[in-house]
Each structure stands twice: as structure tokens, then as C-alpha cells.
Ligand binder design. Structure first.
Ligand SMILES: CC(C)(COP(=O)(O)OP(=O)(O)OC[C@H]1O[C@@H](n2cnc3c(N)ncnc32)[C@H](O)[C@@H]1OP(=O)(O)O)[C@@H](O)C(=O)NCCC(=O)NCCS
Length: 143
């Protein structure tokens, strides 16, 4: 990913640009999706101070988080911005005790979700988000 792009928690002043990005992308995804709202954490990818990507992550229950509203500006795709947004969501989910992160993958984005570690038959895909400490505990309890 280009060094100038940063993944951050969205600030109130980013929301207008997030809505505009999602408006452009919702035509492509083929649904009249609402702009990102709701509980959880909205991440943005900032190119200097301009929003070029977004992703919303929220806990579905104690063990499962869900990522929605993932979008990257067309001109900046295929440069790792989408992956960086997903990794931010993975860390956020892990820090809140979730074991997995799920997504309802759009058909056009299935390849992307598989490349960034999600599995399953679709459209709902999942990725484990357990950290090394959790894995160690599982190994110890198994042995
Ligand atoms: C899907 C989307 C978020 C990907 O963002 P991006 O910044 O281009 O993704 P990245 O550059 O981080 O790609 C990560 C990997 O996925 C691959 N990839 C990206 N888009 C892909 C696609 N549509 N199909 C297959 N593979 C894809 C990349 O080549 C890269 O592979 P690599 O690890 O071998 O290099 C972006 O194309 C987008 O905004 N699409 C429209 C909105 C959308 O579909 N959102 C998802 C709704 S569920």
C-alpha cells in the first residue's frame, strides 16, 4: 500500500466523504446500500486528508464480528488498501474478544475476500481472528 495512505478511525468530518464514496460504489455493488452507519467502528483509509476507503466493523455477538460497507476508491484499487482495512477490522474484532469475523460477500468481491483470508461457501464468508495467545491456550488444553 502506498506509504502516504493511513488507516484511521473515522472522524466526524470524514463522514460526508465516506457517504460520497459509498454512493459511488453502491451502484457498482448492485444494491442501494445505505451509507455506513450504526454501532461498531468505522475505519477510513486517508490519502493525505482525503477519504479513499472505508469499512465498518461491529460485534454481532460475543464471538462473532461482522464487516460491512467495504469500499475503496476506484483509482486506488489493487494497491492493498482493501486488505489494510480488513486487517484493521481483524485487530479491532480480536481486541474485543471475537473469535471470527464474517462478511456477506458481494459476488464481484468474492475473489478479494478469499485473498484476504476468508473462507466458506458464500455469500457469507468467515475468517478466524484469534491471536497467538489464544492458539497457545488451545494447544495446551489439547495436550
Ligand atoms: C473489493 C475492494 C474493496 C478491494 O479493494 P482493493 O484495495 O482493490 O483490494 P487490495 O488491493 O487490498 O487487494 C487484496 C488482494 O485481493 C485481490 N483482489 C482485489 N479485488 C479483487 C477482486 N474484485 N477479485 C479478485 N481478487 C481481488 C488483489 O489482487 C489482492 O491480491 P494479492 O494479495 O494477491 O495481491 C474494491 O475493489 C471495491 O471497493 N470494490 C467495490 C465495492 C465492493 O465490492 N465491496 C465489497 C462488498 S462485500
Amino acid at each position: 500500500m502506498a506509504g502516504r495512505i493511513r488507516i484511521m478511525k473515522a472522524r466526524p468530518e470524514d463522514l460526508i466523504e465516506v457517504r460520497e464514496l459509498w454512493r459511488q460504489v453502491s451502484v457498482e455493488v448492485g444494491v442501494g446500500a445505505p451509507p455506513p452507519t450504526g454501532d461498531g467502528r468505522l475505519f477510513v483509509a486517508l490519502d493525505r486528508d482525503r477519504v479513499v476507503g472505508c469499512a465498518l466493523v461491529a460485534l454481532e455477538d460475543a464471538a462473532m464480528a461482522r464487516i460491512t460497507d467495504v469500499a475503496v476508491a476506484r483509482a486506488l484499487r489493487q494497491q492493498g488498501v482493501g486488505r489494510a482495512l480488513v486487517e484493521a477490522a481483524v485487530v479491532w474484532s480480536r481486541d474485543r474478544g471475537a473469535r471470527s469475523l464474517c462478511v456477506d460477500a458481494a459476488d464481484l468481491a468474492l475473489g478479494f475476500w478469499r485473498r484476504v483470508g476468508f473462507g466458506g461457501d458464500g455469500p457469507r464468508l468467515e475468517r478466524r481472528v484469534l491471536g497467538p495467545a489464544d492458539s497457545l491456550t488451545e494447544t495446551e488444553s489439547a495436550g
